[in-house]
Design a protein around this ligand. Structure first.
Ligand SMILES: *Cc1c(COP(=O)(O)O)cnc(C)c1O
Length: 351
């Protein structure tokens, strides 16, 4: 008998690389290429270090109220976490305690199966259709809960609100989590449905569309009872999760709606011309509604392109996994970054 017999062994989620070299064109982790709202920068300068002596507000109540105002819900309908990874992890712990397997797509955010294993939650991955879309009828069987991103990652494909609603409506006796990490890049949020379905939890993040991945802010919106259960688990785990600066700076980001809409619009415009360029260069891809494109080249293996781009200091994401090992996930950067990418791709497919 060794102490190692009592270790909870897990195979961890592997995050995209964060290179130290600042000259890299970084299109591998879906961050926003633009800075956070100008008000965030101003507030950052004003932050009083003396405040760091004190514990933060356990409820992040100012940030919660600001989000409640923005999304037109009550404060009690919002749960705030340290990035949506924290929110989703807490949600798995809180809501997925049944015997039946939870369901999520086979090609999706690769953290879901890691949390399921960590918390010993039985799960079943439902294959996406040939066209990468979700078939809602696959989710009409006994289960212990459901989670899927909309738009999905890494495909970028958006499901209609009708599809989303049909899954929620068919599963009223379990919690359905819609992970809307990319909803601001062109999708219809499931948020209006929270009044109709008390089993729906909508999760969003400041990491992509609000340009604040480094701050770690995410949130969930749902029925007050769901949020209360989530808070009970959070306060049984760690009371002081979100630090003071994150709470203060998060508020400033929400207040500047014009800037938020502007950067989302810029990313959408860039995405649309990059789609045309990639098509010209013989790539095919599902029609993305997110801030990335999941692309496959007609002749050249993805791994070769990945390596050739990396040699040119352009980082994209590649997974050596069944079904997706010939695809690259390319984050939408600035116009200049994407021009550099297209030029590099032109060189690579010629050589
Ligand atoms: C990026 C991402 C998250 C996590 O983002 P946070 O930085 O933890 O807020 C969650 N779900 C999906 C689908 C993502 O792509």
């Amino acid at each position: 008998m060794s102490w190692e017999n009592n270790v909870r062994r897990v195979i961890p989620y592997v995050a995209g690389e964060q290179p130290k070299n600042k000259n890299v064109i970084k299109l591998n982790t879906n961050e926003c290429p633009y800075p956070p709202a100008p008000g965030v920068e101003d507030k950052k300068r004003e932050l009083d270090c003396g405040d760091l002596r004190l514990y933060p507000d356990t409820d992040a109540s100012t940030l919660r109220s600001e989000l409640a105002r923005y999304y037109g819900v009550r404060d009690e309908q919002i749960f705030i976490g340290v990035g949506s990874d924290d929110v989703i992890s807490m949600s798995f712990m809180t809501f997925f305690n049944g015997r039946a397997p939870i369901l999520f797509p086979d090609v999706t955010y690769s953290f879901y199966d890691v949390w399921a294993k960590l918390y010993r939650i039985p799960y079943e991955q439902i294959p996406l259709k040939e066209d990468w879309h979700i078939d809602p009828s696959d989710y009409k069987k006994e289960n212990g809960g459901i989670i899927f991103p909309n738009p999905n990652a890494p495909t970028g494909l958006l499901e209609s609100l009708d599809t989303v609603e049909s899954i929620i409506a068919a599963n009223k006796d379990v919690v359905v989590i819609v992970d809307e990490a990319y909803i601001d890049f062109c999708g219809k949020s499931a948020l209006p449905l929270i009044e109709k379905y008390d089993n729906l939890l909508v999760v969003q993040t400041f990491s992509k569309s609000r340009a604040m991945a480094g701050l770690r802010v995410g949130f969930a919106i749902g029925n007050e009872k769901l949020i209360k259960y989530l808070n009970d688990v959070k306060f049984s785990f760690n009371s002081y999760t979100m630090n003071r600066p994150a709470q203060v700076l998060g508020v400033e980001a929400v207040r500047d709606d014009a800037y938020f809409k502007d950067i989302c619009g810029r990313i959408i415009n860039t995405r649309e011309w990059v789609k045309k360029e990639l098509t010209r260069l013989n790539f095919s891809f599902p029609d993305s509604s997110a801030n990335f494109i999941f692309a496959m080249h007609k002749n050249k293996p993805a791994k070769e392109i990945f390596t050739a781009l990396r040699e040119r200091e352009i980082y994209v994401r590649y997974w050596n996994k069944p079904r997706i090992d010939n695809y690259l996930r390319i984050t939408i950067g600035t116009d200049d970054e994407m021009k550099a990418l297209i030029n590099a791709l032109e060189e690579i497919s010629i050589s």
